[in-house]
Design a binder for this molecule. Structure first.
Ligand code: SF4
Length: 624
């Protein structure tokens, strides 16, 4: 019987060494969950402690850390299914994490583990089979090379459909740096190249099954808080009801109206075919079912099916907004059918749709500008609007096939570095991560989110400032955005560490989240404790990147966004000047207690957040 103080956790981690084919159970540290909660926070803590500066991301010394949290496995809407994968990213060389839904996290917890720490490298393709505290290293030679859907089917047919799996596709096996990890219910942990790290360990899949029951500290209080969450999500009219209808597929039309829909590799900010790749047309013509992550009542996912044309039969859970933007407006493809087919293909081959789409959009522009030739693309017609070019490029990228595969498979930063000729200025990434689809020239706080985010230029890690500043009417001003982003990042870190789906943030607000965690675990958690934990986690992420050499000057944006004015749409003529970006950065660093000249967390901040050990480590590494 565990003497772990808190309920809601399994109280142990499973550490797996693929080199020695050994595994051990480790007690979860009470102080770690008090300070870092779980999910993203716990993953960041383990990564900081165990993967030191200079570790090559695709070497056996890197680790793949899979964490659940105190709310995984409860009935809190959107939380039942969540888990987080943390690693040092091969795409960016810094802190990387990817959040996913699906049933895998829930099953891992039922098997008795709050997390898995996977280290070393197998000597042949391997998968892990975990059932209620028992682990087996299994030969995966028969699955290697097989795309995700078929490999998942074969594995579950062999083990039983009560096993839940995560799997890499051919792209992860080929160490493609924009490869993700896909769960059996086709949810993707897509970002930061986590699939390449799994491939570098010759780990094809993890299959897990468990039967343990979740235990609550105070079931009555938990039910009371849960009722409030369900009421918020419930049936009353309002934006949430609309979201259940639209999912994220209303994004293109909405962002187009706001003039922030990145189009033609971000050269333009409105797309004349936005309505065609957006709700409601998508719903009318392609959505066949509302679906969702395991046990989530919201069912915001839209199962789409192509019924006619060359892509007939293509079906996918989605595409979500970011995928539609990356393959649609960014590549100037205004027909949903190839977008659905591209989404499905990326899931099957194990690729990140955003990174893939933006790398291809860059190649389209580079070809147009004669920075690359058709022969460097194996003769593909990779022009804006070419759906055939798009689909063929994806296949080649996943397998590193031919000249195109060699050029594009490691993402847009690496492709532009190889080509040069000024193409770096329109390679749309920050710190190597291809960026999320909200043009910061029409939404300045979003520029800060993209520039300073802890995993590179993403729309997730620090929240979406556009959703706050545009309705507020402050989107064209840089002033005050440091504080605004401190607010959005805090909420996002809390959500990812509990963990919940980011879409729940507005309906499970932080005070309610604190009550749910308290009732589930028995940990005294007030709103202020949760905020402090979020500041601690964000500061730890910052410290990780500082140790890897990230400084203030690296918190920047692609030249295109800082030097070119918006050419069209409601924000025509708008710019985001370097001075405005610097002002916002200074505000954020001050608000977070990070040094304004270097961007490194101050010693006093680290100590006040209970991170004196992190301060000592930064001093050892010469950062403080
Ligand atoms: S809100 Fe949508 S994405 Fe989030 S857990 Fe529910 S179904 Fe999944």
């Amino acid at each position: 019987m565990s003497d772990f103080k808190y309920k809601g956790y399994c109280s142990k981690l499973l550490r797996v060494n693929l080199t020695s084919q050994t595994a051990s159970e480790e007690p979860l540290n009470e102080s770690d969950v008090e300070r870092f909660i779980g999910g993203r926070g716990l993953g960041a803590k383990i990564l900081f402690d165990e993967v030191k500066e200079g570790v090559e991301p695709l070497s056996p010394e890197n680790k793949l850390i899979i964490t659940t949290g105190p709310l995984t496995g409860t009935r809190v809407p959107t939380s039942t299914n969540r888990f987080v994968i943390t690693t040092k990213s091969p795409l960016t060389g810094i802190y990387g994490f990817s959040v996913s839904g699906g049933a895998f996290g829930l099953e891992l917890k039922k098997a008795g583990y709050d997390g898995l720490v996977i280290e070393g490298k197998a000597n042949k393709p391997t998968y892990l089979q975990i059932e209620d505290g028992e682990l087996h290293f299994r030969d995966a030679g028969w699955l290697w090379g097989i795309p995700v859907f078929e490999a998942t089917r074969l594995l579950r047919e062999t083990l039983g459909y009560d096993y839940r799996t995560i799997m890499i596709g051919p792209s992860g096996e080929k160490l493609v740096k924009i490869a993700g990890i896909i769960s059996d219910d086709r949810r993707a942990s897509a970002r930061c190249g986590v699939g390449a790290v799994m491939g570098s360990k010759l780990l094809k899949a993890v299959a897990v099954k468990g039967s343990k029951e979740y235990t609550f500290a105070d079931p009555a209080k938990f039910d009371e808080a849960l009722k409030e969450a369900f009421k918020n999500i419930g049936i009353q009219p309002g934006p949430w009801k609309e979201f259940r209808q639209t999912g994220t597929q209303s994004g293109p039309i909405k962002n187009n109206a706001w003039g922030i829909l990145p189009t033609a590799n971000w050269r333009e900010s409105v797309f004349d075919k936005a309505a065609e790749i957006s709700y409601p047309l998508l719903r009318e013509r392609f959505v066949v079912k509302d679906t969702g992550c395991n046990q989530c009542p919201i069912r915001c996912t839209k199962l789409t099916l192509v019924k006619d044309g060359p892509y007939a039969g293509a079906a996918t859970d989605g595409p979500e907004y970011e995928t539609i933007y990356a393959f649609g407006s960014a590549c100037k493809i205004g027909d949903p059918r190839p977008i659905i087919a591209a989404d499905m293909l990326c899931d099957d081959l194990g690729l990140d749709t955003m990174s893939t789409g933006l790398t291809i959009a860059w190649a389209m522009e580079a070809l147009e500008k004669n920075a690359i030739s058709k022969s460097e693309l194996d003769g593909l017609n990779l022009r804006f609007g070419s759906d055939e070019g798009l689909l063929n490029a994806i296949k080649k990228m996943a397998y590193r096939d031919g000249a195109l595969g060699k050029l594009l498979s490691d993402g847009v930063r690496e492709a532009a570095r190889k080509v040069g000729k000024g193409s770096e200025s329109y390679a749309m990434h920050v710190k190597g991560l291809e960026i999320g689809g909200y043009d910061p020239r029409g939404s300045k706080g979003q520029g800060l989110v993209l520039a300073a985010g802890s995993r590179g230029g993403c729309h997730h890690a620090y929240g979406v400032a556009s959703f706050v500043e545009i309705p507020q009417g402050t989107a064209t001003s840089a002033k005050g955005k440091g504080l605004l982003v401190k607010g959005t990042l805090r909420v996002r870190v809390m959500i990812d560490s509990s963990p919940l789906c980011a879409f729940a943030a507005s309906r499970v607000p932080p005070p309610l989240l604190a009550r749910l965690i308290s009732a589930a675990t028995g940990m005294e958690m007030q709103l202020s404790d949760l905020e402090r934990a979020a500041d601690r986690i964000a500061t730890l992420e910052r410290a990780y990147n500082a140790r890897e050499g990230v400084r203030r000057e690296h918190d920047t944006l692609p030249d295109r966004l800082l030097k070119e004015a918006v050419p069209d749409g409601p924000n025509k003529g708008a710019v985001l000047t370097p001075e405005e970006l610097e002002l916002m950065k200074t505000e954020l660093y001050e608000a977070m207690g990070w040094d304004t000249s270097t961007g490194i967390p101050k010693r006093s901040t680290l100590e006040a957040l209970g991170l004196a050990d992190v301060a000592s480590d930064l001093a050892r590494a010469g950062c403080l």
